[in-house]
Ligand binder design. Sequence first.
Ligand code: SF4
Length: 402
Amino acid sequence: MPIYSHSRLSSFENCPLQFKFHYVDRVKTDVSTSIEAFMGDMVHQTLQKLYTDVKFQKVPSLKELHNFFRVLWDKNWNPGIVVVRKEYGPENYFNIGLKFISDYYEKYCPFNDGVTIGLESRVVINLDKEGEYKLQGFIDRLVCVNDTEYHIVDYKTNSHLKIQDQLDGDRQLALYQLAVMNDYRDAKKIVLKWHFLAFNKAVTSTRTNKQLEQLRKDTIILIKRIESTTDFRPNKSALCDWCQYRSICPEWSHLAKLECKGVNEYLKDSGVKLVNKYVELSEKKRELTKGLDAELDKLKDALVVFAKREGVNVVFGSNNKIRVSIFDTFKFPAKGSAEREELIALLKRLRKWDEIADIDIYGLNKIMQDKLWNKEELDLIKKYAEKEEANRLYPSKMKKED
Ligand code: SF4
């Protein structure tokens, strides 16, 4: 089994197909990284240089750090770096990086908040006693304060300030805490600390032993789920804009192909032609049936009125006849309502539930597709399920961001 990491787990949670491209198939693309990730990396390396200097009893000037950042940026820049937000150019991100460094420098100089034990240091987390489930991670900065208090520090360069509840549930630093607890047995207190550089703000959180135990269990369950996955489905989301696999992802690859074509060529594309024709005919059909449905409803009402007035059950036409059946029916509370639940409970109490209950085939199909029950249960049910290919088309308007 591979050694896992927080990013590996998050990749699967965000999109199983992206996980497969990256970690299973190890697909190489022309897209190197996003500008946000690039800028974040340059800022991290600059802060690493800052604390390395501090360890050597040298506090670099802000100008030196800015120069370091500039040289690093120029040396590592490459044209494959993707700028998703087209309204901003690389220079904007460069200036943001400089500002992060200035703000941090001014707030924390002379950087004596504790003893830096590690910078970008690798930690290994054993999730189980047997050492089967392992994770690795890199702590941006590990600091020892007052001898027995340890701070696990993470620098965030994105433009989203997480709220306390999100940080109290954050997995990454809590996992690192498991490693720090194991590696530094004198630790009496461990603080998880995030520096949100875009807001020049530090926020902290702590974990109880019970929470850490639960985290250990949940992470093993997630790893087991990943290891048993064979069907890696795409999960389309706003993150697709930053995904390096768009050009090979079935959700986007057709659009990616079209983006390389001129307008004339674009319109000649078989896919474009098929979609345009399909939508045109569907809309035509909808328009036509809209009028017909309204007309049929009126005729139905008129036939009921006629049958009632004439006291007949069957109304005859030239070549056809229509039976008009008028009867009383019962309406029951809607699915999901409290009254519906009460009704189900009543039927069960009366031992009548089995007489009218049936399998929710749609629900069962979803459970099988999404593997929502355990493997043994699913395998038992599979004996009664025949796999067949189905298809359904979902036309929709393209959005600006498509
Ligand atoms: S483009 Fe979106 S759906 Fe496709 S692999 Fe990437 S994240 Fe997943």
